[in-house]
Design a protein around this ligand. Structure first.
Ligand code: SIN
Length: 290
């Protein structure tokens, strides 16, 4: 079903568990009414897809700032910022120039995660703009963590009351060690931040399961084996197709997602093909709360 709103914007739900395509807007200069409609649609649908956008880095930053202040991108694997003069831009790419990767995450799978949840106030939104895409693979999947929580068996959900989870800051979703971190696979010792396992979304008021990522996660205060068993049980509910939306990229796509109530993962692709994406991340206003 399509809904016509201000400035000829159309909001077309994907038909999957989450996500909507927004048509009829140029993200270089959305008017106030159009932006207000986009803002509402983002809360309602959690993932928004805009096709056919042509955004320079400063235009991507400009649109992203309409949602709030921006976090600087994580430092790349070689210790440097990605884009001179634009510390907000995170380059996701497998392209290597003069022996040096121009971005992060390579061409392998990027496992399920939500962005930068190892921070005390993780970014509320991420915006990913496709500049070059491979002919096959590299699709990005999103899952609705409100739906995952809602779908848990009652007895399992009851066990989550009051629990808090450690979000690891050692590895990125491509499995690479973050800059300046000494790797450890003991989640009790690894750097990271503890957040409630069940959080309340500050805008929608909905409850959501805040898992972050699987590797090096730990349920605070639990024996490691018990924590691993509970986490494995919870993660077994994440990959259900009825909670997911699969995004097949085209050049010019901009996808905006809510990090507070979704996770995403990326399919691997041919390392000989080029994939170049530029991402921004909008600061969270506060720590996640239960
Ligand atoms: C990301 O995790 O932000 C990147 C996802 C992708 O490469 O599609």
């Amino acid at each position: 079903m399509s809904q016509a709103v201000a400035e000829q914007i159309e909001i077309i739900p994907t038909g999957a568990a989450l996500g909507a395509e927004i048509r009829g807007v140029d993200l270089r200069a959305p008017g106030d009414a159009a932006f207000a409609a986009i803002r509402r649609a983002w809360t309602d649908h959690k993932v928004l897809i805009f096709r056919g956008q042509v955004l320079e880095d400063d235009e991507l930053i400009g649109f992203s700032r309409r949602f709030g202040g921006l976090d600087f991108a994580p430092i790349q694997e070689n210790g440097r910022r990605f884009v001179d003069g634009h510390p907000e831009i995170y380059v996701v790419s497998n392209v290597v120039v003069n022996g040096e990767a121009i971005g992060s995450l390579g061409a392998g799978e990027a496992v399920w995660h939500t962005d930068m949840s190892y921070l005390e106030a993780p970014p509320k939104a991420s915006l990913l703009h496709a500049l070059e895409i491979p002919p096959d693979g590299g699709d990005t999947w999103f899952c609705d963590m409100d739906a995952v929580l809602k779908g848990l068996p009652a007895a399992l959900r009851a066990r989550l009351a009051g629990l808090r989870i450690k979000h690891d800051g050692t590895y990125n979703s491509g499995g690479f060690v973050r800059q300046g971190v000494t790797p450890t696979d003991d989640p009790r010792e690894s750097p990271g931040t503890i957040h409630p396992l069940v959080c309340t979304h500050p805008e929608s008021g909905r409850q959501t399961l805040y898992l972050g990522r699987r590797r090096n996660a730990w349920i605070e205060g639990m024996e490691l084996a018990a924590s691993e068993a509970l986490l494995d049980e919870l993660w077994s509910h994440v990959e259900r197709p009825d909670y997911a939306y699969r995004h097949r990229w085209r050049v010019g796509d901009l996808v905006l997602w809510d990090n507070r109530c979704t996770m995403h993962r990326r399919d691997p692709f041919d390392a000989a093909a080029r994939r170049v994406m530029h991402r921004t991340q909008v600061k969270g206003e506060a720590r996640p709360t239960s």
